[in-house]
Design a protein around this ligand. Sequence first.
Ligand code: ATP
Ligand code: MG
Length: 317
Amino acid sequence: MKISLHNISKSFGKKQVIEELSLEMEDGKFTTLLGSSGCGKTTLLRMIAGLETPDSGEILFDDTPVFSKEKGINVPPEKRNLSFVFQDFALWPHMTVFENVAFGLRARKDKDNLKERVQEALDAVKLGDLKDRYPHELSGGQQQRVSFARAIIVKPKCILFDEPLSALDAQLRETMRLEIKQMTTKLNMTSVFVTHDQSEAMSMSDLIVVMNGGRIEQCGTPQEIYEHPATKFVAQFIGKADFLSEDAMVRPEAVTLSEDGELEGTVTSSQYIGGKYILGVDVGSSNWTLSSGRDYPVGESVRLTYDREKTVRFAGE
Ligand SMILES: Nc1ncnc2c1ncn2[C@@H]1O[C@H](COP(=O)(O)OP(=O)(O)OP(=O)(O)O)[C@@H](O)[C@H]1O
Ligand SMILES: [Mg+2]
């Protein structure tokens, strides 16, 4: 299912949270809304779900309006054919895994082959053997899988995820990133995923929407956003940027230490990250980041060069 937003705005009281925002999310693709806390990600997701009403604009699912201020259309959440996966999993503590997953079907009085369908959803998330457990008898990752099984069992056209991995530890988060991406791809589901974690966004998305203060800063594939950031904000928000001037930068991969390099600097930090060191180098106008095969003591003078073809200039802000 394709989702289109046209000129969506939303204010809470006097505070405008979303400003005239337009966006297309393609059928079967994984789109991530990325931005810092308070930039309006959850508000936007809730408007897609019908849990929040925009002040203006239109939301279309496959070219059919589910919200239109002008035409007075506002389809209620339960009729939008979406599932929502929350940060806190929102499982029913007094129900078993099986009953948690069956809940959505029972609520719709959709009981044909219920047992088989629940089993199928649990097998898909590798929880087939744990269906009689209660949520408190599961690990965080297993609870997250239950909430995912509950979302997919109703065969929605789209799944909305609001920071679903932030309650998990770092290692589990990485495993679950892969699992969620693989499952949504396999089920060919349109996914809209909210996070403030840029590495999560980079590793999972077909399309990243970088948001800043209720507006879209840039929209593109992870490669486009990383290699061709449109603004200084994006350059700083995604990965590390070494600034040549206010409106030009290179990524650390384009920078190398070289005895006859044209830039002179002083090492300010060195971190071993396995296999290589990440150096901070003060080049006068700014502090640069680059990687090095060997360690350098803080305070050492070094010379640097960079690949001019990899220079990115911002169109202006
Ligand atoms: N129901 C509400 N009433 C009043 N203000 C709200 C309401 N919901 C959200 N806001 C405000 O709107 C702004 C955007 O909130 P939102 O929850 O969309 O941000 P977010 O990008 O999801 O942030 P986070 O990463 O912290 O979850 C915030 O300033 C928030 O305080
Ligand atoms: Mg939020």
